[in-house]
Ligand binder design. Structure first.
Ligand code: MN
Length: 131
């Protein structure tokens, strides 16, 4: 058994801006599990991931605020505390905050991942319009 108190001792939190729009903070929850990456991720208003995919899928447990998820197939939905999202292996998607709301989730990522193109401001606005 391994137990952490919500943060992997000695592992740095990071502000990630290369593969995200906005200053997104990622805090490692637990490390050393083969093929599994667990992070608490905090998105300020308007922040979101670039398009990406996970080799073996990803689970999101939304813990705070209000945000959105979208897939290349055109699915878009709101997310809030208590919501759980599963992205299937290699399903291209993005996740992030609302335009004026914070959103935090715990992300359990399985296998590797590939970062793709940015979700441009216009495309983000169009995706969430009317959702
Ligand atoms: Mn993802």
């Amino acid at each position: 058994m391994k137990l952490t108190r919500g943060h992997e001792p000695g592992a740095p939190s990071e502000v990630r801006d290369a593969t995200f729009t906005g200053a997104v903070s990622s805090d490692p929850v637990i490390a050393g599990i083969d093929g599994v990456t667990v992070n608490t991720v905090m998105f300020p208003p308007g922040a979101r991931t670039h398009w990406h995919r996970h080799d073996r899928g990803q689970l999101l447990f939304v813990t705070h605020g209000r945000g959105y998820v979208g897939t290349r197939a055109g699915e878009v939905d709101t997310i809030g505390p208590g919501d759980v999202v599963w992205f299937a292996p290699d399903e291209e998607h993005w996740h992030g905050a609302g335009p004026d709301t914070w959103m935090s989730h715990v992300a359990i990522s399985l296998g590797g991942h590939a970062w793709l193109d940015e979700l441009a401001d216009d495309d983000f606005a169009a995706a969430i319009a009317g959702v």
